[in-house]
Unconditional design. Structure first.
Lengths: 132, 425
């Protein structure tokens, strides 16, 4: 409901932060649904991820730019390519996850480092925008 | 070039980071799959963002325009070796009003393509401007990163005040020695008949009035008034003004009136000079012709109120600026004692002075209570007394405000002069 409301607000009032809120709400909702599930691997995750990124792209496209038809065509093609690549990447991740577990401390550290690096990127960008 | 990230980049990075952390905490690989497309989008968006290569230039349809006129800003863009989608934000000063709608303009260019955009704008207020500075923005793929460049390509533009056509001007009491369009008081060679008098030795035969001579039985000659020009000095008071916040003021109106008067007198082949009397003193020695017209307009466009507490009298103005027998037309709101004293001093020195009071009353807010009403009445009485001081010295003071014809105010000057008598004592 929150995601739907934010998305409607974003489209009507052209508010980019409302799109951000909607995307985060949908992501959180998916994470919560996984928490409630049993241990079984959700094979629909790549489709959900690709759908979410397409939704976000289209919403931002609607909110941020006054697009001409040529630009719209190019941008939609780029979004389609991104969705396909996302689907492929997601399937790859799910396939790797479906393999017998070979994890250990090293893999855990790499995963944690990737997550921290992504958060550091967010913080860096936020600081840069604060200075601008 | 300034690189900035869009809100989308922050949203994608946050979602990806939180998903990866969630995957670690909950031990669910599906969240990694959820983060993957957003990580991919961020990486592609950041690495492929480039500064625009397009070359842009700006020109104006004309370098001079009149207030209220519409002009076009011409933007010429040429793409580099790759296709560009640019966002252009032309920056106009506050006196110029864009007519191309809000927000930046989108421009798509194929490699090597040249394009011209014509952007209309309205000249809302007179002044000297630099129009056409540009903010050029190019978004990277997926619009995650924006490269922005400020281009200093502005062109100078002079917007002249909208002028009123004056049919009749205030005639000076005295004329100068050069030929012009005004009938001089003195007798000489001219067209207008001045007098018929008996012939005196030395009178030219062509001046003999044969009809009067035949009637009277002896020779009579016609005296005529010669056509001469005059010197007019426009005295613009820039010590103080009344102004609406962010809007028009008495100085704007004074400048409009000064431009109208200067053009009208110059068209009559009079010599016109200018004195901007205020915190900054400006002057132009009287001259005639189109060049003088441009000089006066340029000087008026630069006129502004500069706060100053220095006491200035008319003696600071170079003497050549006020030629003998010049007609001085003062455009003043009569708000500053220094200007009032300078004008009284000019009158004391024998100049033919006319005061056009650019009324500050429309710019004064309405009184809110009884005390305010009383204060306003006292102020109006003080101003009335001031006007009476001028009128006692034979100086016509006419009140003029924006929206009323200046010609009507000048008619008031002529009416005053018809019945004016100098009061002594």
């Amino acid at each position: 409901v929150l995601a739907l409301g934010s998305l409607s607000l974003a489209v009507v009032l052209r508010l980019p932060w409302a799109v951000t809120l909607a995307v985060l709400a949908l992501g959180t909702e998916y994470g919560a649904s996984l928490f409630a599930r049993d241990e079984e691997l959700d094979l629909r995750a790549p489709v959900y991820a690709a759908g979410l990124v397409v939704l976000a792209e289209l919403a931002f496209l609607l909110v941020e730019t006054r697009a001409t038809p040529a630009f719209l065509t190019r941008r939609l093609a780029a979004v389609a390519a991104l969705a396909l690549a996302a689907l492929g990447l997601g399937v790859l991740v799910v396939l790797v996850a479906a393999l017998p577990r070979v994890g250990g401390v090293a893999l855990g550290v790499i995963g944690a480092a990737a997550a921290v690096a992504m958060l550091a990127l967010v913080l860096g960008l936020t600081r840069r925008s604060g200075r601008a | 070039v300034t690189r900035a990230h869009s809100p989308k980049l922050a949203a994608y990075s946050t979602l990806a980071g939180l998903s990866l952390l969630g995957a670690l905490v909950l031990g669910r690989p599906e969240l990694v799959a959820l983060a993957a497309p957003f990580v991919l989008a961020v990486v592609v968006g950041i690495t492929l963002a480039r500064a625009p290569e397009a070359v842009l230039s700006v020109s104006l349809e004309r370098r001079r325009a009149v207030e209220g006129e519409e002009l076009e800003l011409v933007l010429a863009a040429e793409a580099g070796d790759r296709a560009e989608r640019l966002e252009l934000l032309p920056l106009l000063p506050s006196g110029l009003e864009p007519l191309w709608g809000p927000g930046p303009l989108g421009l798509e260019l194929r490699p090597g393509e040249e394009r011209e955009l014509r952007l209309p704008f309205r000249c809302r207020r007179f002044g000297g401007y630099r129009a056409g500075d540009l903010l050029l923005r190019a978004r990277g793929p997926l619009a995650l990163v924006t490269c922005e460049t400020a281009l200093d390509v502005a062109q100078p533009l002079k917007v002249l005040p909208g002028r009123e056509h004056l049919r009749r001007l205030v005639a000076p009491l005295e004329t100068q020695v050069f030929a012009g369009s005004r009938v001089a008081r003195a007798a000489g060679e001219g067209i207008e008949l001045a007098d018929v008098r008996p012939y005196l030795p030395g009178d030219r035969v062509r001046r003999v009035n044969w009809r009067a001579s035949a009637r009277r039985g002896s020779l009579y000659v016609s005296d005529r008034h010669p056509e001469r020009n005059t010197d007019v000095v426009l005295f613009v008071d820039t010590f103080a003004e009344a102004r609406h916040a962010g809007g028009a003021g008495t100085l704007d109106e004074a400048i409009r009136a000064a431009v109208a008067l200067a053009e009208a007198y110059l068209a009559e082949r009079d010599r016109v000079g200018l004195v901007g009397f205020g915190g900054v003193l400006r002057w132009l020695v009287p001259g005639m012709g189109a060049v003088q017209r441009y000089r006066i307009v340029d000087a008026l466009l630069d006129a502004e109120v500069v706060l100053s507490f220095a006491w200035k009298g008319i003696e600071v103005v170079p003497r050549r600026t006020f030629p003998p027998k010049a007609l001085v037309i003062a455009l003043t709101p009569l708000l500053d004692g220094r200007s009032v004293n300078a004008l009284l001093d000019l009158r004391g020195r024998g100049f033919d002075l006319v005061v056009v009071e650019v009324s500050p009353l429309p710019f004064v807010p309405a009184p809110r209570d009884e005390e305010g009403e009383l204060a306003r009445r006292l102020w109006a009485l003080e101003r009335e007394t001031l006007r009476y001081r001028f009128e006692r010295l034979g100086v016509p003071v006419v009140s003029w405000s924006a929206g009323t014809p200046l010609g009507g105010a000048l008619e008031g000057v002529r009416a005053f002069r018809r019945g004016a008598r100098l009061v002594r004592g």
